[in-house]
Ligand binder design. Structure first.
Ligand code: RIB
Ligand code: CA
Length: 319
């Protein structure tokens, strides 16, 4: 069976991605690495530990990762409104009963070692899905890009190629939080698939799904209905044209496990690092003639098939 590592800045859609992964029979989740983004890295660690206990999987290791962007001189401390006061819609989960592996720091904590060890051990049987800033991956690429090349699939949620960003007109949140890291990854030549706003904004959670979760009568169902309810309302207020909340991070996991869900464009990407478009993912003009393309960008998605699978698997995870 394929092995999966999720790299999470544990907010609401990261939690949905985790639930989806845990209910996916084709893969075994062998660990979660953490990063800052929706929340500081220490909060991401706490949220991951609490979520795994809520979902009945306390055996999955949580490994502390980068606490700041590559260019930052101090740990990241922002709590992003869209995910609530604690990153989980303000919903307090029971205190986790165990600790993470390692401590977060500027060098990627223990997460970089964990990823590189897994890459060397599992090679093409490993799938790695970062759904926050690409800092841990960039730090790993600095250390051993060859090991990363052996991974079966690196599928990240982030960026926007054909539509505007969600933080600035050019930048999507995960890239905006560490443009230097994303640029280093995209220029490293390590093969990646980008699942950005181009497709995640086409996959919207049906609001009545929250009633189904509540009707399960489980602590996980009730907590997810509250957590995602907060996120859903934030979206209705701030991005009402979408008609609900986008399933960003779960879609990246789904495409990593089943690439037939998306149509992709082969391209060499870079990230704009200066000026008003800082954080934009865009084709690299200097590698336009290079016959080798290191990125696949998801530009189409079978949204009905994905949303149906999402609802089925997440109900199972919460049941
Ligand atoms: O832009 C959406 C992305 O930013 C998602 O990964 C969300 O969790 C935040 O990290
Ligand atoms: Ca995320």
């Amino acid at each position: 069976m394929k092995k999966l590592i999720l790299d999470l800045d544990m907010g609401v859609d990261d939690a949905m991605a985790l639930a989806y992964a845990l209910a996916s029979p084709e893969v075994e989740l062998i660990g979660i690495t953490t990063v800052f983004g929706n929340v500081p890295c220490a909060q991401s660690v706490e949220n991951c530990l609490a979520m795994l206990e809520l979902l009945g999987h306390p055996e999955v290791p949580v490994v502390a990762g980068a606490d700041r962007a590559l260019a930052a001189t101090a740990p990241y401390t922002t709590m992003v409104d869209v995910h609530g006061t604690n990153g989980l819609g303000g919903v307090a989960l029971p205190e986790p009963t165990r600790e993470a592996v390692g401590k977060s720091d500027a060098e990627g904590g223990a997460a970089v070692d964990f990823l590189l060890d897994a890459a060397r051990t599992w090679g093409s049987d490993l799938i790695y899905v970062p759904t926050g800033p690409l800092t841990n991956l960039a730090l790993a690429a600095r250390r051993d890009a060859e090991a990363l090349r052996a991974i079966g699939g690196i599928v990240f949620m982030g960026g926007a190629l054909t539509i505007p960003g969600n933080v600035t007109p050019g930048a999507e949140a995960n890239i905006a939080n560490d443009p230097e890291a994303a640029d280093a990854v995209l220029r490293s030549g390590v093969p990646v698939t980008m699942v950005g706003l181009d497709v995640t904004h086409q996959t919207i959670l049906p609001f009545d799904e929250l009633d189904c979760w509540r009707a399960l009568g489980t602590p996980a169902g009730a907590a997810f209905a509250d957590i995602v309810g907060y996120y859903f309302n934030f979206y209705l207020e701030h991005q009402g044209y979408l008609g609900g909340c986008a399933l960003h991070d779960p879609l990246a996991v789904a495409i990593a496990l089943d690439p037939t869900l998306a149509g992709t464009l082969d391209i060499n990407l870079k990230v704009d690092l200066d000026g008003p478009f800082r954080g934009r993912t865009i084709g690299d003009p200097l590698r336009l003639h290079d016959p080798q393309k290191s990125a696949k960008v998801a530009v189409t998605v079978d949204a009905p098939r994905f949303v149906e699978r999402f609802c089925e698997r997440v109900r199972q995870a919460l049941g």
